[in-house]
Design a protein around this ligand. Structure first.
Ligand SMILES: Nc1ncnc2c1ncn2[C@@H]1O[C@H](COP(=O)(O)OP(=O)(O)OP(=O)(O)O)[C@@H](O)[C@H]1O
Length: 260
């Protein structure tokens, strides 16, 4: 059964002549990693904000566990590209911050924060200051913080977009490990084709003006990585290359159609 369901969603910003998204239907099932890939302006962030409850749809229905989504909620944890960590708090303070606001007692919230830091391979970093961390480590703190609230789904808005290429690959691998360890369903948006193909168990391609789903693909490269195959072996597999080229061709064909 779908945990998160979008049925024929459209969205339009006040005063805009055109809708930003039209007729978006998708399901996120348990243990899935759904990736939305699209060029700038195709409405990726809007789609994530609709699911997060930051923006309301102009038509259609969004539900989580069968209940309509009407605003933000702790059962949807969000990780942003530039994770706004609190500079005056140490690492564990940042991860436990939401739990503190929710009134969870100190011993319990610190125990949970420690577990989440271990999950993202940051055990031993609890008392570090935020300014002592690299970009990739900050993103891991952001993931640990989102998971600490025990959300039903994790929503990720271009989470690795600001990282250098090497760190970005490391973070993709870390995300797949976290995904395997927690079985947490993930919805992630990106404009990086290789990242999308590597991570997704289901990939949706978004086209702009107005944003809509132009193709859906079921993929298993991320599952293969999570099951122990090396990232290098997967990314040099002819099937991976073929899929990446197919997606690239779709994106270019769409761009050509638009400029014709
Ligand atoms: N709050 C807003 N008010 C009005 N228009 C907006 C708002 N947010 C986004 N838009 C418009 O909606 C369209 C889609 O934006 P959105 O950020 O969802 O796309 P995106 O695919 O995430 O793009 P990018 O990859 O550049 O972040 C753009 O034309 C943008 O100008």
């Amino acid at each position: 059964m779908a945990l998160l369901q979008l049925e024929r969603i459209s969205a339009q910003y006040p005063g805009a002549a055109e809708p930003v998204l039209t007729d978006i239907s998708l399901d996120l099932g348990p243990g899935e990693l759904l990736v939305a890939l699209g060029p700038s302006g195709s409405g990726k962030t809007t789609l994530l904000n609709l699911i997060a409850g930051f923006v309301a749809p102009s038509a259609g229905r969004i539900s989580l566990d069968g209940a309509p989504v009407t605003g933000p909620g702790a059962e949807r944890g969000v990780v942003f590209q530039d994770d706004a960590l609190l500079p005056w708090q140490d690492v564990i303070g940042n991860v436990a911050f939401g739990l503190e606001l929710a009134g969870v007692p100190r011993a319990e919230r610190e125990a949970r924060a420690r577990d989440m830091l271990a999950l993202v391979d940051l055990a031993g970093f609890e008392r570090r200051h935020i300014w002592e961390l690299s970009g990739g480590q900050k993103q891991r703190v952001g993931i640990a913080r989102a998971l600490a609230a025990e959300p039903r789904v994790l929503l990720m808005d271009e989470p690795f977009g600001a990282l250098d290429a090497f760190t970005r690959e490391q973070m993709q691998e870390l995300l797949l490990q976290v995904w395997r360890r927690t079985a947490k369903p993930v919805f992630l948006i990106t404009h990086d084709i290789e990242e999308a193909v590597f991570l997704a168990s289901e990939l949706i391609l978004l086209s702009p003006n107005p944003g809509r789903i132009s193709e859906r693909l079921r993929l298993d490269f991320g599952q293969r990585y999570a099951a122990g195959e090396s990232a290098r072996a997967i990314k040099s597999d002819p099937r991976f290359i073929e899929t990446r080229e197919h997606v690239l061709a779709q994106v270019f064909a769409e761009r050509q159609r638009r400029s014709a």
